[in-house]
Ligand binder design. Structure first.
Ligand code: B12
Length: 466
């Protein structure tokens, strides 16, 4: 949903930055719009930028404005530029591969560069982390920062303020006048410093959703970065950032704070895998039960987390259910054991998947299972096994959600290289990645029939359950 941000709303946005009268240099952080399937309403808070803003603000030397292209339109961007660009020391733009985000980012940067006072524009985010050099070569991009922005962005700003040499900015790649690339030192994969975000930079109320699988006033949250599993299609593997998570107590404090400030009654976690640390998970559940906040929540889980909890004799799902968790999202990927073991490296079998899904249903939690069809080299018989697994899972109560994705080769992942061998032709430049539309077939071996069937087998709960 695009909210047309009129003048009063923009004024409110300016107030949120608390920058009036401030003579500090300004950093403008931008999360460009993501294009979605029709009727998609879940435009969540840009945690990438909140994390970076928190690091910048903690140094105390700059002001920050955060502009979310999913909430405000191009006219609001123009107005922001007119009002603030003179004071800006740089514009930081976050992009992931696909979803049209790169195209929207470039339009916004083009508009900014029409202002004579436009400061350097620096790109970061998941796409940049894997295609840094290609991005840095685009004429509208002044620099890129690879890796966690909480490390690199404050250093980049210091370099613009003359307090650090450019060559010392971690993760930097920038074009020199002779066309050569200057590179800073490697940005350590250390992340951390999540939580207690500078919420005042956003109008948080705009992000609260009535989510039929969680609660009427649900807000998203990201409480960890990185993952410990090896799924061969996943970007996390490539990025190789060290897994780092907020401990249970500060996370509970964050949730309580959000409830007190914004009256939320649900939290949906978008961590790659919220359950990597089982003791943290149980600590969080116990804390919620103790505080009795009346909150419902949802998160992502790897089937191995449940198997690990069993081996460690931890009452994981019991606590999870008792604490108000209404939905668990699990990437199952395939119903075929060869694909699971050799292609995806999921580290579980079909039998184990059925087993853990049964346990989730018994705990009364809605399972939401995602699958991928069209892996390079996957046979029709193997795909049939995915659909038969979906049928078996649908026999559970509560009836799980199922979503079938088409395999999309994301750059940097092991299966991307495999896809190239099978004839996938990648976009040739930075701009080309913008048209990488994951809802359509991206690979030459995926037929329209495969696409249609995947869509047909995608069944999500769209109507409120209460
Ligand atoms: C929330 C989310 C979304 C939200 C968008 C958020 C929003 N505000 O609306 C929605 C649901 C819209 C979304 C959609 C998609 N997403 Co998404 N999404 C995520 C998710 C789950 C969390 C992102 C997040 O907040 N992370 C936490 C923050 C703190 O970390 P971060 O984003 O990595 O940011 C850090 C660095 O990258 C860097 N950084 C980021 N931006 C910037 C900017 C600057 C200037 C600098 C210096 C640094 C920097 O610093 C940050 C702090 O450390 C991630 C997976 C994950 N858990 O990270 C996937 C992820 C970002 N999505 C991904 C993808 C591919 C998509 C889709 C394009 C397709 C899909 N399969 O889902 C779709 C778009 C659908 C379409 N139409 O095609 C991939 C991106 C891979 C890639 N190579 O780009 C990820 C990584 C999932 C994965 N594991 O593969 N997504």
């Amino acid at each position: 949903m695009t909210v047309n941000l009129g003048m009063p709303a923009l004024r409110e946005a300016a107030d949120r930055t608390s920058t009036q009268g401030s003579d500090k240099p300004l950093v403008i952080l931008v999360y460009p719009k993501v294009d979605h399937e029709k009727d998609y309403v879940y435009h969540w808070m840009p945690f990438s930028l909140l994390t970076i803003a928190k690091a910048l603000l903690s140094e105390g030397s700059v002001d920050v404005i955060l502009f979310d292209g999913n909430q405000a339109d191009p006219a609001a961007w123009e107005r922001l530029l007119d009002e603030q660009i003179e004071r800006a020391v740089c514009i930081g733009v976050s992009v992931m591969t696909g979803g049209g985000q790169i195209g929207h980012a470039l339009s916004m940067v083009r508009a900014a560069k029409e202002h004579p006072a436009c400061p350097p524009v620096v790109f970061g985010g998941p796409h940049v982390n894997v295609e840094g050099e290609q991005t840095a070569r685009h004429p509208l991009v002044d620099a890129v920062l690879q890796g966690p922005g909480q490390n690199s962005m404050p250093a980049f700003v210091d370099s613009l303020l003359g307090q650090l040499r450019r060559a010392d900015v971690p993760g930097l790649i920038t074009r020199l006048p002779d066309g050569e690339l200057l590179r800073g030192p490697t940005n350590p994969p250390r992340t951390g410093s999540l939580g207690a975000y500078p919420w005042h930079l956003l109008n948080v109320a705009d992000y609260i959703r009535d989510d039929p699988t969680v609660a009427t006033r649900t807000l998203n949250h990201v409480s960890s970065q990185g993952c410990v599993y090896q799924c061969q299609f996943c970007y996390e593997l490539t990025y190789q950032r060290k897994y780092s998570a907020m401990a249970a107590e500060p996370l509970l404090a964050d949730v309580c704070d959000l409830q007190a400030r914004f009256g939320i009654n649900g939290v949906k976690f978008y961590d790659a895998d919220w359950f990597v640390n089982l003791r943290r998970a149980i600590g969080f559940c116990e804390g919620l039960i103790e505080r009795d906040l009346g909150l419902r929540w949802a998160a992502s889980i790897n089937p191995n987390d449940i198997l690990k909890a069993r081996r460690a004799k931890l009452p994981l799902l019991e606590k999870v259910a008792a604490s108000g968790c209404s939905r668990l999202l699990m990437g199952v990927e395939s119903g075929n054991d060869r694909v699971l073991a050799d292609v995806v490296k999921k580290e579980v079998t079909r039998t184990q998947i059925l087993d853990v899904a049964g346990e989730i249903a018994e705990a009364g939690i809605l399972g939401s299972y995602t699958f991928i069809v069209g892996f390079p080299g996957e046979s029709e018989v193997e795909q049939e096994e995915t659909y038969s697994l979906i049928e078996e899972l649908r026999g559970l109560t509560p009836i799980p959600e199922t979503r079938v994705h088409l395999f999309a080769p994301y750059p940097g992942t092991p299966l991307y290289d495999e896809a190239l061998k099978y004839g996938f032709e990648p976009p040739k430049d930075f701009e080309g990645w913008s048209h990488f539309d994951y809802y359509t077939s991206l690979t030459p071996w995926t037929s329209q029939a495969t696409v249609d069937r995947a869509r047909d087998q995608t069944r999500m709960r769209l109507a409120p359950t209460r």
